[in-house]
Design a protein around this ligand. Structure first.
Ligand code: G3H
Ligand code: 13P
Ligand code: ZN
Length: 331
């Protein structure tokens, strides 16, 4: 099964009221855990690599790992560049066989963002590659650039129509209150429930609704959409870790988003937490172990468990692989 683009995935996701999970990949076990889960549930999936992931894995490793996963799993998989900072990075990934790229010009002003996005779209579309762009600024950490909460800005609905029309992008990442990382909100931004668990402010679904009105049927992307699952945070903290006040986006809100025009939901921090939980738990139970195949395998099992949970309980993409393959094959 060859890599596929995201166009057909998003068309079906929009029509079917579900979302495609876009999971960040950095090594073999992460690729395996995600794709094994997706294959068992017959779900489409997007594997995405950041600049940091490409630097860490080096050279063509990530692409070949993803291609290996395609050899053993019969599901539609897209390979996407996450947060491409410039034309050169996007071009390098397109030339390397990625089927989708993100150009992240969200830190430029509106006109400059349009101009730079247009350059990427022109090259990508010549090569049959889809482009995601971003309007609005998320708080958090993107490839070592820390965006402080006070610099974050919601997407302005009145800008999206012109942006999409002028650039010709295939999907749009928006800022409605999500943010990157495992500490998405400060405790003082949250309330606490009866158990003392932090409850963050609700996402701005009103802004999402305005955007949907301006660009009907256009695929929307949510970055910073990890839910920071308490189970994995607890395992980490119970086994020598220290992640106090980690907080993510509540899953009922992500489920609601997945049923709307949001067609792609980005998840990285949850994978990091699951992998770390498995490894920490393993070492506490088996301090005598030093074979990486023993402890990394436990991290991989939690990644698989996590991705199964996301597909079934949040994204709703289980069983949706055949309809996407059918659409691709009908072309
Ligand atoms: O959006 C950020 C992703 O979580 C990627 O993180 O740049 O540390 O690989 P990274
Ligand atoms: P999280 O940090 O919430 O997993 O977001 C990941 C992301 O948006 C990757 O682009
Ligand atoms: Zn992101």
């Amino acid at each position: 099964m060859p890599l596929v683009g995201t166009k057909e995935m998003f068309k079906k996701a929009y029509e079917g009221g579900y979302a495609i999970g876009a999971f960040n990949v950095n090594n073999m076990e992460i690729v395996q855990g995600i794709t094994e889960a997706a294959a068992e549930l017959n779900s489409p999936v997007i594997l995405q690599a950041s600049a940091g992931a490409r630097k860490y894995a080096k050279g063509p490793y990530l692409r070949h790992l993803v291609e290996a996963a395609l050899e053993v799993n019969d599901i539609p998989v897209a390979l996407h560049l996450d947060h491409g900072a410039d034309f050169e990075t996007c071009k390098a990934c397109i030339d390397d066989g990625f089927t989708s790229v993100m150009f992240d010009g969200s830190h430029y002003d509106f006109k400059e963002n349009i101009k730079r996005t247009q350059e990427v779209v022109a090259y990508a579309h010549e090569h049959g590659v889809c482009v995601e762009a971003e309007l609005g600024k998320l708080a958090g950490i993107e490839d070592d650039v820390k965006v402080a909460a006070h610099e974050a800005a919601y997407t302005q609905p009145e800008e999206v129509e012109e942006f999409v029309k002028e650039t010709g992008v295939d999907s749009l990442a928006i800022a409605i209150g999500t943010s990157h990382g495992a500490f998405k909100f400060k405790p003082e931004q949250c309330t606490r429930n009866a158990d003392g668990v932090l409850v963050p402010p609700e996402l701005r679904f009103d802004i999402l609704a305005e955007i949907e009105k301006k660009i009907p049927e256009f695929p929307i992307v949510l970055h910073g959409a990890s839910s920071v699952i308490p189970k994995y945070v607890k395992i980490i903290n119970d086994n020598g870790g220290k992640l106090d006040d980690a907080v993510g986006i509540p899953e009922d809100q992500l489920r609601k988003a997945a049923k709307s025009a949001v067609c792609k939901i980005n998840i990285d921090s949850d994978l990091r937490l699951a992998l770390t939980a498995g490894i920490r738990e393993h070492f506490m139970a088996h301090p005598e172990h030093f074979d990486p195949r023993q402890y990394v395998a436990d991290g991989r099992s939690y990644i698989k468990e996590l991705v199964e949970h996301k597909i079934k309980e949040v994204l709703g993409s289980d069983g949706r692989a055949p309809e996407i393959l059918e659409l691709i094959n009908a072309k």
